[in-house]
Design a protein around this ligand. Structure first.
Ligand SMILES: Cc1cc2nc3c(=O)[nH]c(=O)nc-3n(C[C@H](O)[C@H](O)[C@H](O)COP(=O)(O)OP(=O)(O)OC[C@H]3O[C@@H](n4cnc5c(N)ncnc54)[C@H](O)[C@@H]3O)c2cc1C
Length: 318
């Protein structure tokens, strides 16, 4: 029935797709359906169909900040693959569909002499996912350059100033929201700075190198598991003052921890690597062990930056 409705609108839909294939952590059982949407019209239509069918659904971008459960998701995962970018380089104004890859946006702007989000270069995932999480790096967050965005809610699309999201360190008021109807980011308007193209490009190279040196890239991960208790990602010379999750985990010995096919990265103690067919349950148990190790040593309870999706039977994990 639902497939027919999607097909009638020319929207792609596939039954029983493993979430491990579309989320960067590489874990997760099947979603009932997966729909890939290519245009904002398709995105809005897909959401409308799910709402009117009273079917559970979730719009995702790159799936780089979510950990899907082994029992999967009993609804429709709408994968946002919208891709339009409009750049007004003279005014520094850029409009991007929420499905645009953030790093692609940054490179395209750089090639037209616009900069600002350069420290975020290399963050995987989409503009929409980044806005919901207020993704950031080196003390700069997407909300510093996003001016407004169009949101679809039960009354249809409406444009809001970025302040509506109440953005703070790795958070907005729309992050972790589970209730329906969902609010879906359609597009984002940015205001960037004019800069010399060579300078921005050279900065992008610098930030790429930093990531390569500090992060386990090319392996299944979902980036930082916990957010920094300090509420900032600005580096300070004194790591203990900075209270970064990575420092707390490393000094608590978390790099020794592993469960099944999941282990704490030797390169970065706040990252988990799925090195050998890990299950979501392996990852979740490892996250609990990491949290315990910091709590035992520092009496600090780390909070997840990643989001769990799907149906989790936590009692069976004990
Ligand atoms: C290698 C690696 C490096 C990383 N480095 C960083 C880093 O430096 N800084 C940082 O902040 N993060 C980092 N991350 C985490 C992650 O990449 C970011 O949070 C990213 O912005 C998430 O975007 P996404 O499109 O993958 O979101 P997803 O994981 O797909 O979704 C995240 C949440 O946003 C919601 N969402 C997505 N799109 C929409 C939309 N259009 N409308 C409404 N809700 C939506 C989803 O439902 C979900 O709740 C890293 C991850 C990896 C794997």
């Amino acid at each position: 029935m639902i497939e027919k409705k999607f097909n009638l609108c020319g929207i792609d839909i596939t039954p029983a797709l493993p979430l491990s294939e579309i989320c960067s952590m590489g874990v997760g059982g099947n979603s009932l359906y997966l729909s890939r949407v290519k245009t904002l019209d398709q995105l809005m239509k897909a959401v409308e169909i799910c709402e009117s069918s009273d079917l559970e659904y979730k719009v995702i971008g790159g799936g780089t900040n979510i950990i899907a459960s082994d029992s999967g998701f009993s609804g429709v995962i709408i994968k946002n693959e919208t891709s339009q970018i409009t750049i007004d380089s003279a005014r520094g104004r850029v409009i991007a569909d929420s499905g645009v890859f953030l790093s692609n946006l940054i490179v395209q702007c750089a090639s037209q002499g616009l900069g600002g989000l350069d420290p975020l270069y290399g963050i995987p995932g989409t503009v929409g996912g980044a806005l919901i999480n207020n993704a950031g790096s080196h003390g700069v967050a997407i909300s510093d350059f996003a001016r407004s965005f169009t949101l679809m809610d039960k009354e249809g699309p409406k444009t809001y100033k970025v302040e509506y999201l109440e953005p703070s360190y790795r958070k907005t008021k729309l992050k972790f929201v589970k209730k329906k109807p969902r609010e879906v980011v359609l597009s984002v308007i940015f205001q960037f700075n004019s800069r010399k193209q060579e300078e921005v490009m050279s900065d992008l190279k610098k930030y790429k190198t930093i990531r390569q040196e500090r992060q386990p890239l090319g392996i299944k991960t979902s980036g930082s598991i916990f957010s920094n208790p300090s509420g900032t990602d600005k580096a300070t010379d004194d790591k203990s003052k900075n209270l970064s999750a990575g420092f707390l985990l490393e000094s608590s010995g978390a790099k020794r921890l592993s469960v099944g096919g999941a282990r704490v990265s030797k390169k970065h103690a706040n990252w988990i690597e799925n090195f050998n067919h890990a299950t979501a349950s392996d990852v979740r148990k490892l996250i609990d062990l990491m949290r315990e190790s910091v709590n035992e040593k520092y009496n600090i309870i780390l909070k997840e930056e990643v989001e769990y999706i799907g149906d989790w039977d936590l009692s069976s994990d004990e």
